[in-house]
Design a protein around this ligand. Structure first.
Ligand SMILES: Nc1ncnc2c1ncn2[C@@H]1O[C@H](COP(=O)(O)OP(=O)(O)OP(=O)(O)O)[C@@H](O)[C@H]1O
Length: 326
Protein backbone atom coordinates (compact mmCIF):
# COMPACT_ATOMS: atom_id res chain seq x y z
CA UNK A 1 0.00 0.00 0.00
CA UNK A 2 2.67 2.54 1.07
CA UNK A 3 6.38 2.07 0.57
CA UNK A 4 8.85 4.42 2.17
CA UNK A 5 12.36 4.00 0.90
CA UNK A 6 15.45 5.58 2.45
CA UNK A 7 13.59 8.76 3.24
CA UNK A 8 15.78 11.67 4.38
CA UNK A 9 14.91 15.24 5.32
CA UNK A 10 17.60 17.73 6.14
CA UNK A 11 17.12 21.25 7.42
CA UNK A 12 20.49 22.88 6.91
CA UNK A 13 22.90 20.49 8.60
CA UNK A 14 20.23 19.08 10.90
CA UNK A 15 18.88 15.71 9.77
CA UNK A 16 15.25 15.53 10.90
CA UNK A 17 14.53 12.22 9.15
CA UNK A 18 17.42 9.84 8.63
CA UNK A 19 17.09 7.06 6.02
CA UNK A 20 13.69 5.75 7.01
CA UNK A 21 12.35 2.69 5.22
CA UNK A 22 9.16 0.76 5.95
CA UNK A 23 6.08 -0.70 4.33
CA UNK A 24 2.47 -0.17 5.28
CA UNK A 25 0.02 -3.00 4.53
CA UNK A 26 -3.70 -2.68 4.02
CA UNK A 27 -6.32 -2.78 6.76
CA UNK A 28 -4.20 -2.19 9.84
CA UNK A 29 -3.61 0.65 12.25
CA UNK A 30 0.01 1.73 12.38
CA UNK A 31 1.43 3.90 15.14
CA UNK A 32 4.37 6.21 14.75
CA UNK A 33 5.81 6.57 18.20
CA UNK A 34 8.60 8.87 19.25
CA UNK A 35 9.46 11.68 21.64
CA UNK A 36 8.96 15.32 20.65
CA UNK A 37 11.21 16.29 17.79
CA UNK A 38 11.87 12.68 16.72
CA UNK A 39 10.72 13.43 13.17
CA UNK A 40 7.15 12.07 13.15
CA UNK A 41 5.45 15.13 11.67
CA UNK A 42 8.22 15.62 9.12
CA UNK A 43 7.80 12.00 7.99
CA UNK A 44 4.03 12.32 7.73
CA UNK A 45 4.38 15.57 5.82
CA UNK A 46 6.64 13.80 3.33
CA UNK A 47 4.34 10.78 2.98
CA UNK A 48 1.40 13.06 2.27
CA UNK A 49 3.38 15.27 -0.13
CA UNK A 50 3.14 18.42 2.04
CA UNK A 51 6.90 18.77 1.92
CA UNK A 52 9.50 17.26 -0.42
CA UNK A 53 12.12 14.84 0.81
CA UNK A 54 15.84 15.57 0.56
CA UNK A 55 16.45 11.97 -0.49
CA UNK A 56 14.42 8.79 -0.85
CA UNK A 57 10.99 7.96 -2.19
CA UNK A 58 7.41 7.46 -1.05
CA UNK A 59 5.08 5.39 -3.22
CA UNK A 60 1.39 5.09 -2.53
CA UNK A 61 -0.42 2.31 -4.32
CA UNK A 62 2.37 2.35 -6.86
CA UNK A 63 2.30 6.13 -7.40
CA UNK A 64 5.32 8.20 -6.40
CA UNK A 65 4.13 11.07 -4.20
CA UNK A 66 6.31 13.63 -5.99
CA UNK A 67 6.07 12.31 -9.56
CA UNK A 68 2.36 11.47 -9.60
CA UNK A 69 1.04 13.59 -6.73
CA UNK A 70 -2.56 13.67 -7.87
CA UNK A 71 -3.01 9.89 -8.10
CA UNK A 72 -0.99 9.30 -4.93
CA UNK A 73 -2.86 11.93 -2.88
CA UNK A 74 -6.21 10.52 -3.95
CA UNK A 75 -5.46 7.49 -1.79
CA UNK A 76 -4.75 9.59 1.32
CA UNK A 77 -6.76 11.55 3.86
CA UNK A 78 -4.59 13.64 6.17
CA UNK A 79 -5.22 15.27 9.49
CA UNK A 80 -2.12 17.37 10.23
CA UNK A 81 -1.11 18.20 13.81
CA UNK A 82 -2.93 21.52 13.48
CA UNK A 83 -6.19 20.79 11.61
CA UNK A 84 -6.56 22.99 8.52
CA UNK A 85 -9.87 24.55 9.54
CA UNK A 86 -11.51 27.81 8.48
CA UNK A 87 -12.87 29.30 11.66
CA UNK A 88 -15.42 31.58 10.01
CA UNK A 89 -17.16 28.74 8.19
CA UNK A 90 -19.90 26.62 9.68
CA UNK A 91 -19.21 22.91 9.96
CA UNK A 92 -21.42 22.18 6.94
CA UNK A 93 -19.86 24.94 4.83
CA UNK A 94 -16.43 23.61 5.66
CA UNK A 95 -17.38 20.02 4.83
CA UNK A 96 -18.80 21.10 1.46
CA UNK A 97 -15.66 23.12 0.82
CA UNK A 98 -13.46 20.12 1.68
CA UNK A 99 -15.59 17.91 -0.60
CA UNK A 100 -15.06 20.36 -3.48
CA UNK A 101 -11.31 20.41 -2.87
CA UNK A 102 -11.31 16.63 -3.03
CA UNK A 103 -13.29 16.79 -6.27
CA UNK A 104 -16.06 14.59 -4.94
CA UNK A 105 -18.69 14.26 -7.72
CA UNK A 106 -21.69 16.55 -7.25
CA UNK A 107 -24.20 13.71 -7.16
CA UNK A 108 -22.34 11.99 -4.29
CA UNK A 109 -21.34 15.09 -2.35
CA UNK A 110 -24.46 15.71 -0.26
CA UNK A 111 -24.94 12.14 0.91
CA UNK A 112 -21.24 11.60 1.57
CA UNK A 113 -20.95 14.78 3.65
CA UNK A 114 -24.00 13.69 5.67
CA UNK A 115 -22.63 10.18 6.12
CA UNK A 116 -19.20 11.34 7.29
CA UNK A 117 -20.68 13.95 9.65
CA UNK A 118 -22.83 11.20 11.13
CA UNK A 119 -19.84 8.90 11.45
CA UNK A 120 -17.75 11.37 13.47
CA UNK A 121 -20.83 12.67 15.29
CA UNK A 122 -20.77 16.30 14.21
CA UNK A 123 -24.19 16.39 12.48
CA UNK A 124 -25.72 18.32 15.39
CA UNK A 125 -23.05 20.99 15.00
CA UNK A 126 -23.59 21.46 11.26
CA UNK A 127 -24.67 25.10 11.54
CA UNK A 128 -22.21 26.14 14.18
CA UNK A 129 -19.22 28.31 13.28
CA UNK A 130 -15.98 26.34 13.66
CA UNK A 131 -14.50 29.08 15.87
CA UNK A 132 -17.28 28.40 18.39
CA UNK A 133 -16.57 24.66 18.63
CA UNK A 134 -14.71 23.00 21.49
CA UNK A 135 -11.26 21.57 20.80
CA UNK A 136 -12.71 18.04 20.70
CA UNK A 137 -15.30 18.97 18.10
CA UNK A 138 -12.73 20.83 16.01
CA UNK A 139 -10.62 17.68 16.02
CA UNK A 140 -13.66 15.72 14.83
CA UNK A 141 -14.21 18.16 11.99
CA UNK A 142 -10.52 17.76 11.05
CA UNK A 143 -10.98 14.01 11.13
CA UNK A 144 -14.13 14.30 9.03
CA UNK A 145 -12.28 16.13 6.26
CA UNK A 146 -9.59 13.42 6.33
CA UNK A 147 -12.24 10.69 5.96
CA UNK A 148 -14.19 12.50 3.24
CA UNK A 149 -13.88 10.71 -0.09
CA UNK A 150 -13.13 7.49 1.81
CA UNK A 151 -9.43 7.37 0.93
CA UNK A 152 -7.71 4.04 1.41
CA UNK A 153 -5.20 5.47 3.85
CA UNK A 154 -5.97 7.91 6.64
CA UNK A 155 -3.00 9.64 8.25
CA UNK A 156 -3.46 11.36 11.59
CA UNK A 157 -0.77 13.45 13.26
CA UNK A 158 -1.18 13.42 17.05
CA UNK A 159 -4.97 13.07 16.77
CA UNK A 160 -5.71 13.27 20.49
CA UNK A 161 -3.35 16.04 21.52
CA UNK A 162 -5.02 18.62 23.78
CA UNK A 163 -8.23 16.63 24.25
CA UNK A 164 -9.77 15.76 27.60
CA UNK A 165 -9.89 12.09 28.70
CA UNK A 166 -13.48 11.57 27.52
CA UNK A 167 -12.75 13.07 24.13
CA UNK A 168 -9.58 10.97 23.86
CA UNK A 169 -11.58 7.78 24.36
CA UNK A 170 -14.17 8.86 21.78
CA UNK A 171 -11.55 9.74 19.17
CA UNK A 172 -9.67 6.48 19.82
CA UNK A 173 -12.87 4.47 19.34
CA UNK A 174 -13.51 6.34 16.15
CA UNK A 175 -10.00 5.59 14.89
CA UNK A 176 -10.44 1.91 15.72
CA UNK A 177 -13.69 1.83 13.78
CA UNK A 178 -11.90 3.23 10.70
CA UNK A 179 -9.89 0.04 10.46
CA UNK A 180 -12.83 -1.80 8.94
CA UNK A 181 -12.51 0.14 5.69
CA UNK A 182 -9.22 2.00 5.85
CA UNK A 183 -5.56 1.69 6.66
CA UNK A 184 -4.70 4.15 9.39
CA UNK A 185 -1.35 5.67 10.32
CA UNK A 186 -1.23 7.83 13.42
CA UNK A 187 1.56 9.49 15.28
CA UNK A 188 1.84 9.93 18.97
CA UNK A 189 4.38 10.49 21.70
CA UNK A 190 2.07 8.70 24.12
CA UNK A 191 2.84 5.08 24.46
CA UNK A 192 -0.41 3.96 26.01
CA UNK A 193 -2.24 5.50 23.07
CA UNK A 194 -0.25 3.62 20.49
CA UNK A 195 -0.48 0.31 22.32
CA UNK A 196 -4.23 0.77 22.88
CA UNK A 197 -5.07 1.55 19.29
CA UNK A 198 -2.41 0.20 16.94
CA UNK A 199 -1.76 -3.22 15.43
CA UNK A 200 1.78 -2.28 14.56
CA UNK A 201 4.21 0.20 16.09
CA UNK A 202 7.12 2.02 14.47
CA UNK A 203 9.37 3.62 17.06
CA UNK A 204 11.34 6.56 15.78
CA UNK A 205 14.19 8.37 17.49
CA UNK A 206 16.39 11.12 15.99
CA UNK A 207 14.68 10.54 12.65
CA UNK A 208 15.69 6.87 12.61
CA UNK A 209 13.54 3.79 12.90
CA UNK A 210 14.75 2.05 16.05
CA UNK A 211 12.13 -0.70 16.28
CA UNK A 212 9.02 -1.85 14.47
CA UNK A 213 6.71 -4.66 15.44
CA UNK A 214 3.38 -5.48 17.04
CA UNK A 215 2.98 -4.07 20.57
CA UNK A 216 3.10 -7.67 21.89
CA UNK A 217 6.30 -8.58 20.09
CA UNK A 218 7.95 -5.33 21.15
CA UNK A 219 7.07 -6.31 24.70
CA UNK A 220 8.94 -9.59 24.23
CA UNK A 221 11.91 -7.79 22.72
CA UNK A 222 13.11 -6.48 26.02
CA UNK A 223 15.96 -8.17 27.73
CA UNK A 224 14.92 -10.39 30.61
CA UNK A 225 11.32 -9.84 29.73
CA UNK A 226 10.17 -11.81 32.76
CA UNK A 227 10.82 -10.73 36.29
CA UNK A 228 9.38 -12.82 39.08
CA UNK A 229 9.08 -11.59 42.65
CA UNK A 230 8.34 -14.00 45.49
CA UNK A 231 7.85 -13.95 49.22
CA UNK A 232 8.97 -17.35 50.52
CA UNK A 233 9.36 -18.85 53.99
CA UNK A 234 12.20 -21.31 54.61
CA UNK A 235 15.94 -21.69 54.68
CA UNK A 236 17.60 -18.96 52.62
CA UNK A 237 20.54 -21.01 51.31
CA UNK A 238 18.36 -24.00 50.51
CA UNK A 239 15.93 -21.77 48.63
CA UNK A 240 18.78 -20.43 46.53
CA UNK A 241 20.05 -23.93 45.75
CA UNK A 242 16.59 -25.18 44.77
CA UNK A 243 15.91 -22.18 42.54
CA UNK A 244 19.35 -22.63 40.99
CA UNK A 245 18.19 -26.04 39.73
CA UNK A 246 15.51 -24.40 37.59
CA UNK A 247 16.53 -23.82 34.01
CA UNK A 248 16.21 -20.38 32.44
CA UNK A 249 16.85 -18.26 35.53
CA UNK A 250 19.45 -15.57 34.86
CA UNK A 251 19.63 -13.93 38.27
CA UNK A 252 18.56 -14.72 41.80
CA UNK A 253 18.46 -12.07 44.52
CA UNK A 254 17.29 -13.00 48.02
CA UNK A 255 16.77 -10.45 50.76
CA UNK A 256 15.07 -10.51 54.13
CA UNK A 257 11.48 -9.35 53.78
CA UNK A 258 10.59 -6.05 55.38
CA UNK A 259 8.09 -6.12 58.24
CA UNK A 260 7.26 -9.79 57.79
CA UNK A 261 8.71 -13.24 58.10
CA UNK A 262 10.30 -14.77 55.00
CA UNK A 263 12.51 -13.88 52.07
CA UNK A 264 11.93 -11.55 49.21
CA UNK A 265 13.17 -13.37 46.14
CA UNK A 266 13.68 -11.65 42.82
CA UNK A 267 14.26 -13.77 39.74
CA UNK A 268 14.95 -12.66 36.23
CA UNK A 269 14.55 -15.16 33.46
CA UNK A 270 15.34 -15.60 29.82
CA UNK A 271 12.99 -13.97 27.38
CA UNK A 272 9.56 -15.56 27.26
CA UNK A 273 10.45 -18.24 29.83
CA UNK A 274 7.64 -18.86 32.27
CA UNK A 275 8.96 -20.58 35.39
CA UNK A 276 6.06 -19.88 37.74
CA UNK A 277 4.76 -23.46 37.92
CA UNK A 278 8.19 -24.96 38.35
CA UNK A 279 9.00 -22.54 41.16
CA UNK A 280 5.72 -23.37 42.84
CA UNK A 281 6.23 -27.15 42.77
CA UNK A 282 9.88 -26.92 43.77
CA UNK A 283 9.04 -24.87 46.86
CA UNK A 284 5.99 -26.99 47.69
CA UNK A 285 8.04 -30.18 47.45
CA UNK A 286 10.33 -28.88 50.19
CA UNK A 287 7.53 -27.36 52.25
CA UNK A 288 8.67 -23.81 51.68
CA UNK A 289 5.44 -21.85 51.44
CA UNK A 290 5.20 -19.15 48.79
CA UNK A 291 3.23 -16.33 50.40
CA UNK A 292 3.30 -14.06 47.35
CA UNK A 293 4.23 -14.41 43.71
CA UNK A 294 4.20 -11.67 41.14
CA UNK A 295 5.27 -11.90 37.54
CA UNK A 296 6.20 -8.67 35.81
CA UNK A 297 6.63 -8.34 32.10
CA UNK A 298 8.83 -5.51 30.96
CA UNK A 299 6.37 -3.01 29.56
CA UNK A 300 6.39 -1.35 26.20
CA UNK A 301 6.96 1.86 28.13
CA UNK A 302 10.29 0.58 29.43
CA UNK A 303 11.36 -0.49 25.94
CA UNK A 304 10.32 2.84 24.50
CA UNK A 305 12.32 4.71 27.11
CA UNK A 306 15.32 2.49 26.56
CA UNK A 307 15.20 2.85 22.77
CA UNK A 308 14.74 6.60 22.80
CA UNK A 309 16.90 7.32 25.83
CA UNK A 310 19.42 9.12 23.66
CA UNK A 311 16.87 11.76 22.78
CA UNK A 312 16.89 13.03 26.31
CA UNK A 313 20.65 12.77 26.81
CA UNK A 314 21.74 14.68 23.73
CA UNK A 315 18.85 16.76 22.52
CA UNK A 316 20.11 18.48 19.36
CA UNK A 317 20.14 22.23 19.11
CA UNK A 318 16.81 23.30 17.64
CA UNK A 319 17.64 24.81 14.27
CA UNK A 320 15.75 27.82 13.06
CA UNK A 321 12.69 26.72 11.13
CA UNK A 322 12.97 27.25 7.38
CA UNK A 323 9.30 27.53 6.73
CA UNK A 324 6.03 26.41 8.15
CA UNK A 325 5.67 22.67 7.89
CA UNK A 326 2.93 22.15 10.42
N1 LIG B 1 10.78 23.69 8.85
C1 LIG B 1 11.73 23.28 9.67
N2 LIG B 1 12.93 23.93 9.70
C2 LIG B 1 13.93 23.50 10.51
N3 LIG B 1 13.83 22.43 11.34
C3 LIG B 1 12.68 21.77 11.36
C4 LIG B 1 11.55 22.14 10.54
N4 LIG B 1 10.54 21.28 10.78
C5 LIG B 1 11.00 20.41 11.70
N5 LIG B 1 12.25 20.69 12.07
C6 LIG B 1 13.10 19.96 13.04
O1 LIG B 1 13.10 18.59 12.70
C7 LIG B 1 13.04 17.76 13.85
C8 LIG B 1 11.84 16.86 13.75
O2 LIG B 1 10.63 17.61 13.88
P1 LIG B 1 9.19 16.98 13.82
O3 LIG B 1 8.21 18.11 13.96
O4 LIG B 1 9.08 16.12 12.62
O5 LIG B 1 9.16 16.05 15.10
P2 LIG B 1 7.96 15.29 15.78
O6 LIG B 1 8.45 13.93 16.07
O7 LIG B 1 6.73 15.43 14.96
O8 LIG B 1 7.80 16.08 17.13
P3 LIG B 1 6.51 16.73 17.80
O9 LIG B 1 5.80 15.63 18.48
O10 LIG B 1 7.12 17.72 18.76
O11 LIG B 1 5.72 17.40 16.69
C9 LIG B 1 12.98 18.71 15.04
O12 LIG B 1 14.29 18.84 15.57
C10 LIG B 1 12.51 20.01 14.44
O13 LIG B 1 12.96 21.13 15.16
Amino acid sequence: MIEVNNLVKRYGDHTAVDHLSFKIEKGKIYGFLGPNGAGKSTTMNMITGYIASTEGTVTIDGHDILEEPEQAKKCIGYLPEIPPLYFDMTVLEYMNFAADLKKIPKNEKKSMVEEVMEMVKISDMRNRLIKNLSKGYRQRVGLAQAILGYPEVIILDEPTVGLDPKQIIEIRDLIKSLKKKHTVILSSHILSEVSAVCDYVLIISHGKLVASDTPDNLGKLAQGSNNLSLLVKGDKDKIRILLGEIEGIKEIAINAAKDQEGWEVKLSTEESTDIREEVFFKMAEHHYPILEMQSKKVSLEEIFLELTEDDKKKKPEEPEREGETK
